[in-house]
Design a protein around this ligand. Sequence first.
Ligand SMILES: *Cc1c(COP(=O)(O)O)cnc(C)c1O
Length: 498
Amino acid sequence: MKYRSTRGQVTGQSFESVVLEGLAADGGLYIPEHLPTLPSDWQTQWASLSFAELATELISLFVGDDVSRADVSTLVCKSYSTFSTTEVTPLVDLERESNTHILELFHGPTFAFKDVALQFLGNLFEFFLERRNSVGGAHKITVVGATSGDTGSAAIYGLRGKKNVEVFILHPEGRVSPIQEAQMTTVLDSNVHNVSIPGTFDDCQDIVKQLFGRPDFKREHSLGAINSINWARILAQITYYFYAYFTLRRSVKDPRPVFVVPSGNFGDILAGYYARELGLPVGKLAIATNANDILDRFLRTGRYEKNSEEGVLATPSPAMDILVSSNFERFLWYLARDHEAGGDAEEAGRVIGRWMEQLRTSGSFAVCHAALTAARQAFWSGRCSDQDTYATIAKYYARDPSYLLDPHTAVGVHVAETLRSDIDKLGADTHTICLSTAHPAKFSEAVLKAVNENGQHLDFGSILPPAFIGLLEMPRRCLTCDNSADAVAKLIVEQISK
Ligand SMILES: *Cc1c(COP(=O)(O)O)cnc(C)c1O
């Protein structure tokens, strides 16, 4: 199994180097050179596997000779033992009449779906470094990332205490929610360094980009990336699409579910696309966006266009507040190959290069009609306003049985409602699976606002996970640093040499 960059100038990379490197040297994202084929009897052989066993089967198909099957199994078991349910990602009913389900992805240590991938990535980093060091050498990796909240805590919990890994997470001072800040800064492991920056999330991300753009600094400290451009994160997420399918199949004959996914950087739903390409029976994948709707606009018009005038809009679902979706480039590569490059992988890289250059210089690019048609074959899309987000939370909370949605999940559920007639056209017995990306307690402000404005009462203490109780009062460790790449580079060097 080899990997190539979406920009075409890097090919033949191993799984290990792709994971440790993150972004390709030509600025592209890594994708498999060829998709593996599932064993012909997967539908029967995998039907009753546990989540970890299923992950072992799927991940083994993508690692080539880099990790033995036994090692994949060990890593996967370790990664999912930190989840609070044995099912890891349970499927629960939301509304029986419409066959709508919620796939709960928030049972990991930080209560957001990012744990599914980052628990695994942390163990994978440690595994590769220990193996390199066991034959001599002192390989270390310095993970540097920026966060507006969710990625940071999931990365910190994925990497805390890992050997040969130092992790620096930059967050904008006073601009992450109190719970998120507490989740990050109460982790006291010596390899975890929270850095608060007086500025915005974009400033933090900018600093990280600048550091990765300094070849000497990058090489000297072996910088590693944990954002969703890392292929291992997409790979780990493929499992829950299969797991949801098999869970559904226990009560439904030959399901072809529609998956509705609250989307920001397109990492979560891209795993669903790969699951479908591997052969999972999928009715449709539906992209749900908030007011930051670049993906929804693309599906409607074929034009991928930054909302440059207004910039990123602040919504009640902040983990989806993006200007462009970094992982969309991976899907675009397949569109480019099949509809602009006559099936030629090298030419597809050049097409992607041109599109990204247009996006950078003029803020948009458009794909041809055939490419748009193909995109619509795989995806539906829809957009949810802030008002509809609150209304959807209130509506399902008021029901009997009641279900409390977090604001990100509510965006997906609302979009599922707007797609109802399209879903029905796939067959009256079509099941809809809405991916739930966070526990409602994590976004308590929006949830309480939604419920209170609707005149209902919610005893928040009763839904608070035990891990959140007393969290705000626990001891913290956090560094502050000037808002500049030079200052952060200096801080990293100082901390590492301690
Ligand atoms: C990261 C995140 C998302 C968006 O996922 P993408 O992979 O970026 O599309 C949605 N909801 C929550 C709670 C998240 O943390």
